[in-house]
Design a protein around this ligand. Structure first.
Ligand SMILES: Nc1ncnc2c1ncn2[C@@H]1O[C@H](COP(=O)(O)OP(=O)(O)OP(=O)(O)O)[C@@H](O)[C@H]1O
Ligand SMILES: [Mg+2]
Length: 286
Protein backbone atom coordinates (compact mmCIF):
# COMPACT_ATOMS: atom_id res chain seq x y z
CA UNK A 1 0.00 0.00 0.00
CA UNK A 2 1.32 3.47 -0.91
CA UNK A 3 1.08 6.04 1.87
CA UNK A 4 0.38 9.36 0.20
CA UNK A 5 1.47 11.38 3.25
CA UNK A 6 4.96 9.99 3.63
CA UNK A 7 5.37 8.71 0.11
CA UNK A 8 6.54 5.37 1.52
CA UNK A 9 5.34 1.92 0.74
CA UNK A 10 3.78 0.49 3.91
CA UNK A 11 2.47 -3.04 4.31
CA UNK A 12 -1.20 -3.36 3.42
CA UNK A 13 -3.05 -4.20 6.63
CA UNK A 14 -4.60 -7.21 4.92
CA UNK A 15 -1.18 -8.68 4.34
CA UNK A 16 1.02 -10.55 6.78
CA UNK A 17 0.49 -7.93 9.48
CA UNK A 18 -3.22 -8.55 9.98
CA UNK A 19 -3.89 -10.64 13.12
CA UNK A 20 -4.79 -14.15 12.07
CA UNK A 21 -7.62 -15.99 13.80
CA UNK A 22 -7.25 -19.59 14.92
CA UNK A 23 -9.10 -21.62 12.33
CA UNK A 24 -10.71 -24.92 13.26
CA UNK A 25 -12.42 -27.01 10.58
CA UNK A 26 -15.23 -29.18 11.95
CA UNK A 27 -15.17 -32.13 9.64
CA UNK A 28 -16.39 -35.69 9.20
CA UNK A 29 -17.62 -37.01 5.87
CA UNK A 30 -20.28 -39.02 7.69
CA UNK A 31 -23.65 -37.32 7.79
CA UNK A 32 -25.54 -36.41 10.94
CA UNK A 33 -22.72 -36.88 13.46
CA UNK A 34 -23.01 -33.45 15.10
CA UNK A 35 -20.72 -31.20 13.00
CA UNK A 36 -23.19 -28.34 12.73
CA UNK A 37 -24.40 -28.66 16.33
CA UNK A 38 -20.78 -28.51 17.46
CA UNK A 39 -19.95 -25.51 15.24
CA UNK A 40 -22.92 -23.54 16.59
CA UNK A 41 -22.54 -24.43 20.25
CA UNK A 42 -18.77 -24.50 20.56
CA UNK A 43 -18.85 -21.14 18.76
CA UNK A 44 -21.38 -19.79 21.27
CA UNK A 45 -19.40 -21.12 24.24
CA UNK A 46 -16.13 -19.60 22.93
CA UNK A 47 -17.90 -16.26 22.38
CA UNK A 48 -19.20 -16.45 25.96
CA UNK A 49 -15.61 -16.62 27.20
CA UNK A 50 -14.84 -13.34 25.41
CA UNK A 51 -13.47 -14.62 22.09
CA UNK A 52 -14.60 -12.98 18.83
CA UNK A 53 -15.93 -15.95 16.85
CA UNK A 54 -16.95 -16.44 13.24
CA UNK A 55 -18.75 -19.59 12.11
CA UNK A 56 -18.29 -20.14 8.39
CA UNK A 57 -21.06 -22.24 6.86
CA UNK A 58 -19.45 -24.32 4.12
CA UNK A 59 -22.35 -26.73 3.69
CA UNK A 60 -24.88 -26.10 0.89
CA UNK A 61 -27.57 -27.40 3.31
CA UNK A 62 -27.00 -24.20 5.31
CA UNK A 63 -27.92 -25.74 8.66
CA UNK A 64 -25.44 -23.65 10.66
CA UNK A 65 -26.92 -20.48 9.14
CA UNK A 66 -30.50 -21.55 9.93
CA UNK A 67 -29.53 -22.72 13.40
CA UNK A 68 -28.08 -19.28 14.12
CA UNK A 69 -31.28 -17.54 13.05
CA UNK A 70 -30.47 -16.57 9.43
CA UNK A 71 -33.39 -17.75 7.29
CA UNK A 72 -32.91 -18.85 3.69
CA UNK A 73 -34.83 -15.92 2.20
CA UNK A 74 -32.60 -13.30 3.77
CA UNK A 75 -29.35 -14.76 2.36
CA UNK A 76 -28.39 -12.57 -0.56
CA UNK A 77 -24.66 -13.11 -0.44
CA UNK A 78 -23.02 -16.21 0.92
CA UNK A 79 -19.84 -18.24 1.19
CA UNK A 80 -20.47 -19.18 -2.46
CA UNK A 81 -19.73 -15.57 -3.47
CA UNK A 82 -16.56 -15.61 -1.37
CA UNK A 83 -15.25 -18.85 -2.89
CA UNK A 84 -16.01 -17.71 -6.45
CA UNK A 85 -14.16 -14.45 -5.75
CA UNK A 86 -17.25 -12.23 -6.04
CA UNK A 87 -17.24 -10.97 -2.44
CA UNK A 88 -14.88 -10.43 0.49
CA UNK A 89 -15.56 -12.63 3.52
CA UNK A 90 -16.09 -9.56 5.75
CA UNK A 91 -18.88 -8.27 3.54
CA UNK A 92 -21.09 -11.37 3.84
CA UNK A 93 -20.84 -11.76 7.63
CA UNK A 94 -24.03 -11.45 9.67
CA UNK A 95 -24.43 -10.84 13.38
CA UNK A 96 -26.30 -13.40 15.47
CA UNK A 97 -28.30 -13.05 18.69
CA UNK A 98 -25.13 -14.08 20.55
CA UNK A 99 -22.72 -11.24 21.34
CA UNK A 100 -19.31 -11.72 19.64
CA UNK A 101 -20.61 -14.58 17.47
CA UNK A 102 -21.05 -13.97 13.73
CA UNK A 103 -21.94 -16.24 10.82
CA UNK A 104 -20.89 -16.34 7.20
CA UNK A 105 -24.03 -17.97 5.74
CA UNK A 106 -24.18 -20.47 2.90
CA UNK A 107 -26.67 -20.95 0.09
CA UNK A 108 -27.58 -23.95 -2.04
CA UNK A 109 -25.54 -22.75 -5.02
CA UNK A 110 -22.46 -23.82 -3.04
CA UNK A 111 -23.33 -27.33 -4.27
CA UNK A 112 -22.25 -26.26 -7.77
CA UNK A 113 -18.91 -24.78 -6.71
CA UNK A 114 -16.86 -27.72 -7.91
CA UNK A 115 -18.19 -27.32 -11.45
CA UNK A 116 -17.58 -23.59 -11.28
CA UNK A 117 -13.97 -23.44 -10.01
CA UNK A 118 -12.85 -27.10 -10.23
CA UNK A 119 -10.35 -26.30 -12.99
CA UNK A 120 -8.83 -23.20 -11.37
CA UNK A 121 -5.28 -23.55 -10.09
CA UNK A 122 -6.04 -21.87 -6.75
CA UNK A 123 -9.30 -23.80 -6.20
CA UNK A 124 -8.14 -25.36 -2.91
CA UNK A 125 -6.88 -22.04 -1.48
CA UNK A 126 -9.95 -19.86 -1.89
CA UNK A 127 -11.07 -20.08 1.75
CA UNK A 128 -7.54 -19.76 3.12
CA UNK A 129 -7.02 -16.53 1.19
CA UNK A 130 -10.40 -15.19 2.32
CA UNK A 131 -9.58 -15.93 5.97
CA UNK A 132 -6.13 -14.35 5.65
CA UNK A 133 -7.83 -11.08 4.65
CA UNK A 134 -10.58 -11.39 7.27
CA UNK A 135 -8.99 -9.14 9.90
CA UNK A 136 -7.55 -6.66 7.40
CA UNK A 137 -9.56 -3.66 8.56
CA UNK A 138 -7.95 -2.37 11.78
CA UNK A 139 -11.14 -0.44 12.67
CA UNK A 140 -13.09 -3.72 13.09
CA UNK A 141 -12.46 -5.95 16.15
CA UNK A 142 -10.42 -8.91 14.89
CA UNK A 143 -11.92 -12.39 14.98
CA UNK A 144 -9.90 -14.66 17.25
CA UNK A 145 -11.59 -17.95 16.30
CA UNK A 146 -13.04 -19.17 13.03
CA UNK A 147 -15.01 -22.43 13.05
CA UNK A 148 -15.73 -23.92 9.64
CA UNK A 149 -18.81 -26.15 9.41
CA UNK A 150 -18.03 -28.69 6.66
CA UNK A 151 -20.47 -30.68 4.52
CA UNK A 152 -20.71 -34.48 4.95
CA UNK A 153 -18.25 -35.17 2.14
CA UNK A 154 -14.54 -35.04 1.37
CA UNK A 155 -15.12 -32.73 -1.61
CA UNK A 156 -13.54 -29.44 -2.69
CA UNK A 157 -15.44 -27.57 0.05
CA UNK A 158 -13.95 -29.73 2.81
CA UNK A 159 -10.52 -29.53 1.16
CA UNK A 160 -10.82 -25.72 1.21
CA UNK A 161 -11.68 -25.90 4.92
CA UNK A 162 -8.69 -28.16 5.65
CA UNK A 163 -6.36 -25.94 3.66
CA UNK A 164 -7.54 -22.84 5.54
CA UNK A 165 -7.46 -24.53 8.96
CA UNK A 166 -4.84 -24.64 11.70
CA UNK A 167 -6.47 -27.81 13.00
CA UNK A 168 -9.36 -30.21 12.51
CA UNK A 169 -12.00 -30.98 15.09
CA UNK A 170 -13.78 -34.27 14.38
CA UNK A 171 -17.19 -35.05 15.86
CA UNK A 172 -17.86 -38.80 16.13
CA UNK A 173 -21.30 -40.09 16.97
CA UNK A 174 -21.49 -42.75 19.70
CA UNK A 175 -22.88 -45.48 17.47
CA UNK A 176 -21.76 -48.86 16.23
CA UNK A 177 -20.11 -47.57 13.04
CA UNK A 178 -18.43 -44.59 14.72
CA UNK A 179 -14.90 -45.50 13.65
CA UNK A 180 -15.91 -46.47 10.15
CA UNK A 181 -14.72 -43.77 7.80
CA UNK A 182 -12.35 -42.25 10.35
CA UNK A 183 -9.27 -43.76 8.67
CA UNK A 184 -10.39 -42.28 5.33
CA UNK A 185 -10.79 -38.89 7.01
CA UNK A 186 -7.34 -39.13 8.61
CA UNK A 187 -5.86 -40.14 5.25
CA UNK A 188 -7.35 -37.05 3.64
CA UNK A 189 -5.94 -34.89 6.45
CA UNK A 190 -2.48 -36.41 5.78
CA UNK A 191 -2.81 -35.74 2.05
CA UNK A 192 -3.79 -32.10 2.65
CA UNK A 193 -0.91 -31.81 5.12
CA UNK A 194 1.66 -33.10 2.67
CA UNK A 195 0.47 -31.12 -0.33
CA UNK A 196 -1.52 -28.04 0.67
CA UNK A 197 -1.15 -27.19 4.37
CA UNK A 198 1.97 -28.55 6.15
CA UNK A 199 0.98 -27.10 9.57
CA UNK A 200 -2.37 -28.90 9.73
CA UNK A 201 -3.04 -30.97 12.87
CA UNK A 202 -5.94 -32.85 14.44
CA UNK A 203 -7.15 -30.66 17.29
CA UNK A 204 -9.29 -33.37 18.78
CA UNK A 205 -12.13 -35.84 18.49
CA UNK A 206 -15.38 -35.14 20.26
CA UNK A 207 -17.81 -37.96 20.95
CA UNK A 208 -21.39 -36.84 20.43
CA UNK A 209 -24.92 -38.06 21.19
CA UNK A 210 -23.77 -40.25 24.06
CA UNK A 211 -26.64 -42.19 25.62
CA UNK A 212 -25.90 -43.34 29.17
CA UNK A 213 -28.80 -45.87 29.06
CA UNK A 214 -27.29 -47.60 26.08
CA UNK A 215 -24.38 -50.01 26.74
CA UNK A 216 -23.23 -49.54 23.17
CA UNK A 217 -22.49 -45.85 23.76
CA UNK A 218 -20.08 -46.74 26.59
CA UNK A 219 -18.40 -49.38 24.43
CA UNK A 220 -17.93 -46.90 21.58
CA UNK A 221 -16.35 -44.35 23.93
CA UNK A 222 -13.92 -47.02 25.21
CA UNK A 223 -13.05 -48.19 21.67
CA UNK A 224 -12.47 -44.69 20.32
CA UNK A 225 -10.31 -43.76 23.33
CA UNK A 226 -8.26 -46.92 22.85
CA UNK A 227 -7.80 -46.26 19.13
CA UNK A 228 -7.21 -42.49 19.21
CA UNK A 229 -5.79 -42.00 22.73
CA UNK A 230 -5.23 -38.42 23.88
CA UNK A 231 -6.71 -36.97 20.71
CA UNK A 232 -10.16 -37.64 22.19
CA UNK A 233 -11.48 -34.80 24.36
CA UNK A 234 -12.47 -35.71 27.93
CA UNK A 235 -15.82 -34.05 27.35
CA UNK A 236 -18.49 -36.29 25.82
CA UNK A 237 -21.62 -34.60 24.46
CA UNK A 238 -24.75 -36.39 25.72
CA UNK A 239 -27.80 -37.07 23.57
CA UNK A 240 -30.15 -34.39 24.82
CA UNK A 241 -33.54 -33.42 23.45
CA UNK A 242 -32.95 -29.72 24.14
CA UNK A 243 -29.94 -29.81 21.78
CA UNK A 244 -32.12 -31.11 18.95
CA UNK A 245 -34.95 -28.65 19.65
CA UNK A 246 -32.83 -25.49 19.69
CA UNK A 247 -32.14 -25.16 15.90
CA UNK A 248 -35.85 -24.94 15.07
CA UNK A 249 -35.91 -21.75 17.18
CA UNK A 250 -32.86 -20.43 15.34
CA UNK A 251 -30.91 -20.47 18.59
CA UNK A 252 -27.85 -22.25 19.99
CA UNK A 253 -28.82 -24.62 22.80
CA UNK A 254 -26.73 -22.45 25.14
CA UNK A 255 -29.24 -19.65 24.55
CA UNK A 256 -32.32 -21.90 24.35
CA UNK A 257 -31.59 -23.71 27.64
CA UNK A 258 -28.32 -22.80 29.33
CA UNK A 259 -28.80 -25.27 32.17
CA UNK A 260 -29.45 -28.44 30.16
CA UNK A 261 -26.87 -31.23 30.00
CA UNK A 262 -26.07 -30.45 26.35
CA UNK A 263 -25.22 -26.81 27.10
CA UNK A 264 -23.06 -27.77 30.05
CA UNK A 265 -21.16 -30.24 27.89
CA UNK A 266 -20.47 -27.67 25.16
CA UNK A 267 -19.18 -25.21 27.80
CA UNK A 268 -16.79 -27.90 29.06
CA UNK A 269 -15.69 -28.65 25.50
CA UNK A 270 -14.89 -24.95 24.94
CA UNK A 271 -12.73 -24.97 28.09
CA UNK A 272 -10.84 -27.99 26.79
CA UNK A 273 -10.40 -26.45 23.34
CA UNK A 274 -8.92 -23.32 24.90
CA UNK A 275 -6.60 -25.40 27.13
CA UNK A 276 -5.34 -27.35 24.11
CA UNK A 277 -4.86 -24.09 22.22
CA UNK A 278 -2.70 -22.76 25.08
CA UNK A 279 -0.58 -25.91 25.07
CA UNK A 280 -0.18 -25.73 21.29
CA UNK A 281 0.87 -22.07 21.25
CA UNK A 282 3.30 -22.64 24.16
CA UNK A 283 4.84 -25.51 22.22
CA UNK A 284 5.13 -23.37 19.10
CA UNK A 285 6.70 -20.53 21.10
CA UNK A 286 9.49 -22.73 22.28
N1 LIG B 1 -26.20 -33.97 21.54
C1 LIG B 1 -27.29 -34.11 20.78
N2 LIG B 1 -28.46 -34.55 21.32
C2 LIG B 1 -29.57 -34.71 20.56
N3 LIG B 1 -29.64 -34.46 19.26
C3 LIG B 1 -28.51 -34.04 18.65
C4 LIG B 1 -27.28 -33.84 19.37
N4 LIG B 1 -26.33 -33.41 18.50
C5 LIG B 1 -26.93 -33.35 17.30
N5 LIG B 1 -28.22 -33.72 17.38
C6 LIG B 1 -29.21 -33.77 16.29
O1 LIG B 1 -28.74 -34.74 15.35
C7 LIG B 1 -28.97 -34.29 14.02
C8 LIG B 1 -27.63 -34.22 13.28
O2 LIG B 1 -26.81 -33.25 13.91
P1 LIG B 1 -25.98 -32.19 13.06
O3 LIG B 1 -26.87 -31.53 12.06
O4 LIG B 1 -25.23 -31.35 14.00
O5 LIG B 1 -25.00 -33.19 12.31
P2 LIG B 1 -24.07 -32.89 11.04
O6 LIG B 1 -22.90 -33.77 11.17
O7 LIG B 1 -23.85 -31.45 10.91
O8 LIG B 1 -25.03 -33.38 9.86
P3 LIG B 1 -24.74 -33.20 8.28
O9 LIG B 1 -23.68 -34.22 7.97
O10 LIG B 1 -26.04 -33.47 7.62
O11 LIG B 1 -24.26 -31.80 8.08
C9 LIG B 1 -29.67 -32.95 14.13
O12 LIG B 1 -31.05 -33.13 14.04
C10 LIG B 1 -29.28 -32.47 15.53
O13 LIG B 1 -30.24 -31.59 16.09
MG1 LIG C 1 -24.16 -30.20 9.23
Amino acid sequence: MFDQGSGEVVPFPGGDDAPRPRVLAIANQKGGVGKTTTAINLGTALAATGEEVLVIDLDPQGNASTGLGIDHKSREVSTYDVLTGEALLRTIIRDTAVPRLAIAPSTLDLAGLELEIGQERDRAFRLRDAVTALNADPTEPPFTYVLVDCPPSLNLLTINAMTAADAILVPLQCEFFALEGLSQLLKTVDQVKSSLNPELTIHGIVLTMYDARNNLSGQVVADVREFMGEKVYETVIPRNVRVSEAPSYGKPVLVYDLKCAGSEAYLRLATEVIQREKRLTERLAG
